[in-house]
Design a protein. Structure first.
Length: 317
């Protein structure tokens, strides 16, 4: 198959590599334009897909929009059989959706119609979902509304962070993509319309959602922590020798313990919640290194009975 690939983050890289490794011809790779990065914004950083495409020797295009006639004409000039889209981040207008002979296929990290949109992995964990997966769908003009051709279901484990789950789903998306291309080429890929029941939108995570609300029950606190790890990271403020600083909490487990919400109950950094408690498995003081809760308490001389600041969750997930 002659493919135009469209994607940007690390999540999309395994799919790009797998398509190339399976012998399909990638005529072009579209990704987001490089942008300033680094501590002082002086580095120009390419997307992970851009870097992978250059390593593979593939031509890369970085238009700011696909809405202009010249960009759409350029896209069509690649004469693609199919477009493959994985976390690209730009809207595809009708002229792009219909340019490939078989249209455009999207790999989306949820079980549609649940968690359409920008942050499906984070939202699934934060909501306490027990399952997620990857859907291969044929794109239409809606937001993740197209008919589904292939699906792989994945269990969400209590210890899964968004980073863990994203890595697993990225590998599954890669395998699903080549299965879909092979079936499409053989004329054996059929599509079914999405259900209307269970539709919800995975909006982008905002800064207002990062503070941990210790008054919630322990499982909800753990899900909140894991859904935001490793980035942007859930946090709570704690006093270190009289100075309040943010502590980013990256991993936690639910344990049976009782206390006032936010209070540290033992030297393993078990923190009381509105119901039961969580033990901090990985935490990071602002500007520090990632440590276990026990190591963090010992290094920073945090006493048992110290309390994290209380913060109320914004409405919704």
């Amino acid at each position: 198959m002659r493919v135009v690939f469209m994607g940007a983050p690390e999540f999309a890289v395994p799919t790009l590599r797998e398509i190339a490794n399976r012998g399909h011809f990638i005529a072009a790779v579209y990704t987001r334009a490089p942008k300033p990065g680094g501590r002082r914004g002086l580095e120009i950083r390419k997307t992970k897909v851009h870097q992978a495409a250059e390593f593979l020797g593939l031509p890369v295009y970085t238009p700011a929009t696909l809405a202009t006639e010249d960009v759409q004409e350029g896209f069509g000039n690649h004469s693609p059989d199919v477009g493959v889209v994985v976390a690209y981040g730009l809207s595809l207008p009708p002229a792009v959706l219909t340019a490939p002979r078989f249209g455009c296929l999207n790999l989306h990290a949820s079980l549609l119609p649940r968690w359409r949109g920008a942050a499906p992995v984070q939202r699934a964990i934060m909501a306490g979902d027990r399952q997620t997966g990857v859907d291969l769908m044929r794109m239409d003009e809606g937001l993740d509304t197209g008919p589904i051709g292939l699906r792989e279901i994945v269990s969400i484990q209590p210890e899964d962070t968004a980073g863990d789950l994203t890595s697993r789903l990225a590998q599954i998306a890669a395998q699903l993509a080549v299965r879909g291309l092979d079936a499409l080429q053989a004329g054996k890929l059929s599509f079914r319309q999405q259900q209307s029941i269970g539709e919800c939108y995975a909006r982008k995570v905002s800064k207002s959602e990062l503070a941990i609300d210790w008054t919630r029950e322990a499982e909800a606190v753990r899900n909140h922590i894991h859904g935001l790890a490793p980035s942007p990271g859930a946090y709570s403020k704690l006093s270190f020798r009289g100075t309040a600083a943010r502590v980013k909490i990256l991993r936690a487990e639910v344990v049976t313990a009782v206390g006032a919400p936010g209070v540290i109950l033992d030297d393993a950094m078990t923190v009381a919640c509105g119901e039961s408690a969580v033990r901090v498995l990985e935490g990071q003081r602002e500007g520090g290194t990632v440590l276990s809760g026990r190591e963090l308490m010992r290094r920073e001389s945090v006493p048992i009975g110290a309390a994290f600041a209380l913060s109320r969750s914004p409405t919704g997930i």
